[in-house]
Design a protein around this ligand. Structure first.
Ligand code: NAD
Ligand code: MG
Length: 292
């Protein structure tokens, strides 16, 4: 097998573009790699039952593809306007033979977020993997211009939905289950234009470290993945200032943006018993940016 140089493994040619949020993977140019053509499972999650949020596009799509190919049945949550992306995910894993359930819903509403969990439990016949990837990120240069509505929606999507969904899931999660939250390098190295978003990611890290200790004695492991700059709809729908997009990821030690496909294995690892002694950890997948 020939060695792969991570510097040149993926082209780094982000382009300035703008879509209205939440955006679609199918309109991203260049297209992102979610592992559709490359991820090969090796039976690491056979028989597992997973709910993945943000599963239509970006990192969540890569996770959903990997989980299904590892043998898990997967419930996909996403916003109703993202239905066409979610259908592409179902098509990408159709050969896995696993049960794939679509649960479109807006997680900023408490009752709706809780119902996504109970629907997943019902339709999958149980639940042992809760993987929260959904997120909202809108860049605003000046604090004075962050509206209360944006602040509220960002915290509802990134923090409150996590709390509601984990609380709702816990009575259903047997020992051996895993909860995986999605933070960001922004939790440690916040950008000046992402005050609200970056602070939600700090909250997710700390929430997860506290909860991990509470749930470990019950045999439920809580861990976190913290990506760096990854090419997804989030970034071209206001997550970054549009003028910054053509250098997206260049300031990492690897000198390029990441692809969703490069995130999936970390989630598989944290979901599987291979990580049985890993609790309250944050795995940083960020191209080499230093973290605490
Ligand atoms: P993405 O746009 O592909 O995924 C975000 C998803 O969040 C959307 O597809 C949507 O389904 C979901 N979502 C947003 N608001 C929602 C709501 N109200 N209800 C239900 N679902 C909602 O982008 P992504 O980059 O793959 O983002 C996934 C996660 O990764 C986010 O938590 C993000 O903060 C995190 N992250 C991304 C990067 C990056 O550079 N792309 C870096 C660090 C962390
Ligand atoms: Mg999406």
């Amino acid at each position: 097998m020939s060695l792969i140089n991570p510097v040149t493994q993926y082209p780094s040619d982000p382009k300035k573009q703008k879509q209205p949020a939440p955006g679609l993977a199918e309109d991203l140019a260049p297209a992102a790699d979610h592992g559709e053509g490359s991820y090969v499972g090796s039976a690491k999650l056979v028989g597992r039952r997973a709910l993945v949020t943000g599963a239509d596009s970006g990192i969540g799509r890569a996770v959903a593809i990997a989980f299904a190919r590892e043998g898990a049945d997967v419930a996909l949550n996403y916003l109703p306007v993202e239905q066409s992306d979610a259908d592409d995910v179902v098509a990408a894993v159709s050969e896995s033979g696993r049960k794939i359930v679509q649960l479109p819903a807006d997680l900023t509403d408490e009752a709706t977020a809780r119902k996504v969990v109970t629907d997943a439990v019902e339709q999958l016949g149980g639940l042992d993997l809760l993987v929260l990837v959904a997120g909202k990120q809108q860049a605003v240069e000046d604090l004075a211009d962050i509206t209360s509505e944006q602040f509220d929606q960002t915290y509802k999507t990134n923090v409150y939905a996590m709390f509601w969904m984990i609380q709702e899931a816990l009575p259903h999660l047997p020992a051996g289950s895993a909860i995986i939250n999605t933070s960001s390098v922004q939790a440690y190295s916040p950008s000046p234009h992402l005050v609200d978003y970056a602070s939600t990611k700090g909250a997710i890290n700390t929430f997860s470290k506290a909860l991990a200790q509470q749930l470990a004695p019950k045999g439920i492991r809580v861990n976190v993945v913290a990506p760096g700059p990854v090419w997804t709809p989030l970034q071209v729908t206001g997550g970054q200032p549009t003028e910054a997009l053509d250098s997206f990821g260049e300031d990492t030690p690897l000198g390029r943006m990441g692809q969703p496909a490069e995130m999936a294995a970390a989630y598989v690892y944290l979901a599987s018993p291979e990580s049985s002694y890993v609790v309250g950890e944050t795995l940083n997948l960020n191209g080499g940016m230093p973290t605490p």
